[in-house]
Design a protein around this ligand. Structure first.
Ligand code: AMP
Ligand code: MG
Length: 475
């Protein structure tokens, strides 16, 4: 029996050169590892049905549901600044788009679904580690209120995947997204001089994400604004994406492609985790300027749709430059709330920057220091607490003008983030067959602003020997 889902596949109705049609490649022994009940209900899907053998077969890629139009999307991209004209879904198959009961449209994609025409030298598969990592981090981001792709399910394949000359358990992630259209998707058509393709793609993006928008310039402005908000949200959580290649930037404004991403423990603006980011291109503090770089690539792609070249270049440049004031305002609002200011103004910026500077030089834990402003424990996060004590009087003086700074801070500063050492602990246990650390971490991250005593251990910063310095690509 095949499952029936409310599919309406607008991307699959685009011309054939947008993708390669193919079914996911079946796996040997599918077994459900995790199912996101709340997300299933949000989509209008019955969690019970997804957990049946038929449901699991679909989530593993062994059965294609009725109404699906499976395909691998074509895209290009700049990887670490280097141009790659053809990337595409090398290990992911889009089953189709489902329309939720409230009319919202979501891509349903299987990641790790086998080889596609875009696989190059890759095996098209994923292993358990990156699948659980993306599950945990993307769901934590959603719970923290950050626009993101979601994780509906993780299944074990019963197959072995070889990574770094090691056999590892294979897995498939079911990813849900507003769409999987990337800056790199626009680059794919622009690089081929395919103006008709660009136009169709822009129309699809407008229809799906920015229905109020008229024309390519307004579309660019909308994407710029969405990215400015998104990157500011990352920064306010100490989140480092790790691979902000243009193919990993969704035009919807959702965080996408969780690879070597990480939340900082100790704060430092130059923090890098990714093992392949040798020069720190995607370091924490570089993220806004990298976003601008990527948006400039998008702008370049849209020029052929924007009429007279000189005027188009001028308008597109202005639209991209619009990132800076939007980002700065969003950054100020978010960091202002983190220190208890309901509506920070530019005069408050030095106060915030002074705190961050002290946190950096005293290796203060990012999440715990800000949460510590709520609980009164912030000073103990600083290697030299005096660095906090000499900042606090100005802060207190400023708070005297606020109505309810405690409530503002409590809502802006999470208690829990998915810490690297906890994610790794959960993955190591899962590889050994014990899913309980993963399940517990997952449950704890669903409500990251609450502090129930049973999750107190997950609030702790890593002890020196537990610190994770390097994270790896999700391949
Ligand atoms: P990522 O770094 O995960 O954004 O992936 C970059 C590109 O490599 C994309 O085109 C992926 O589809 C492709 N890719 C990553 N891992 C694999 C794999 N195991 N097999 C085939 N293609 C892959
Ligand atoms: Mg990618």
């Amino acid at each position: 029996m095949t499952m029936t889902l409310p599919f309406d596949n607008s991307y699959a109705r685009l011309p054939e050169r947008f993708f390669a049609r193919l079914d996911p490649a079946p796996v040997r022994a599918p077994a459900l590892l995790a199912l996101n009940r709340d997300l299933a209900l949000r989509l209008g899907l019955a969690p019970e049905a997804l957990a049946t053998p038929e449901g699991v077969a679909m989530l593993a890629g062994n059965a294609v549901p009725a109404g699906a139009a499976p395909l691998a999307q074509a895209y290009a991209g700049h990887q670490f600044g280097g141009w790659v004209p053809t990337l595409g879904d090398g290990r992911a198959v889009l089953l189709g788009e489902i329309v939720a009961p409230d009319g919202a449209r979501f891509d349903l994609q299987l990641k790790g679904a086998g080889q596609t025409p875009f696989s190059r030298r890759g095996d098209g598969r994923a292993w358990l580690g990156p699948v659980l990592r993306e599950y945990l981090v993307s769901e934590a981001m959603a719970a923290l209120g950050v626009p993101t792709t979601r994780a509906l399910a993780a299944v074990a394949t019963g197959e072995v995947v070889v990574r770094d000359a090691m056999g590892r358990p294979g897995a498939v992630l079911t990813r849900v997204a507003a769409s999987h259209i990337r800056v790199g998707t626009f680059q794919y058509f622009a690089a081929r001089g395919d103006t008709e393709g660009l136009s169709l793609l822009a129309d699809q993006v407008i229809a799906r994400h920015y229905p109020e928008v008229r024309g390519p310039l307004e579309l660019l402005r909308a994407v710029v604004a969405a990215q400015a908000r998104l990157i500011a949200a990352w920064m306010a959580l100490g989140f480092i994406h790790g691979v902000m290649n243009t193919d990993n930037m969704a035009v919807s404004g959702e965080t996408i492609d969780y690879g070597p991403c990480a939340f900082m423990d100790a704060y430092h603006p130059s923090t890098v985790f990714s093992s392949i980011d040798q020069y720190g291109r995607y370091a924490y503090a570089n993220q806004p300027q990298i976003a601008v770089w990527n948006l400039a690539q998008l702008a370049t792609c849209l020029l052929p749709l924007m009429g007279a070249r000189e005027a188009a270049i001028e308008a597109a440049t202005e639209a991209v430059n619009g990132f800076v004031p939007l980002y700065q305002a969003e950054w100020l609002a978010r960091f202002g709330r983190k220190i208890g200011l309901a509506a920070a103004t530019p005069e408050d910026q030095p106060l915030i920057e002074s705190l961050l500077g002290r946190m950096a030089s005293e290796r203060a834990d990012f999440t715990r220091s800000f949460r510590g402003l709520v609980t009164g424990t912030a000073r103990s996060e600083f290697a030299e607490p005096l660095a906090f004590d000499t900042w606090a009087p100005d802060w207190q003086a400023r708070l005297a003008r606020e109505a309810d700074p405690q409530a503002v801070m409590a809502a802006a500063n999470p208690v829990r983030i998915p810490r690297n050492h906890r994610i790794e602990e959960a993955i190591v246990a899962a590889v050994e067959g014990d899913l309980s650390p993963f399940t517990r971490l997952s449950a704890a991250l669903a409500d990251p602003f609450a502090a129930p005593p049973e999750y107190a251990d997950l609030e702790a910063a890593p002890r020196p020997h537990e610190i994770v310095h390097r994270t790896f690509c999700g391949t």
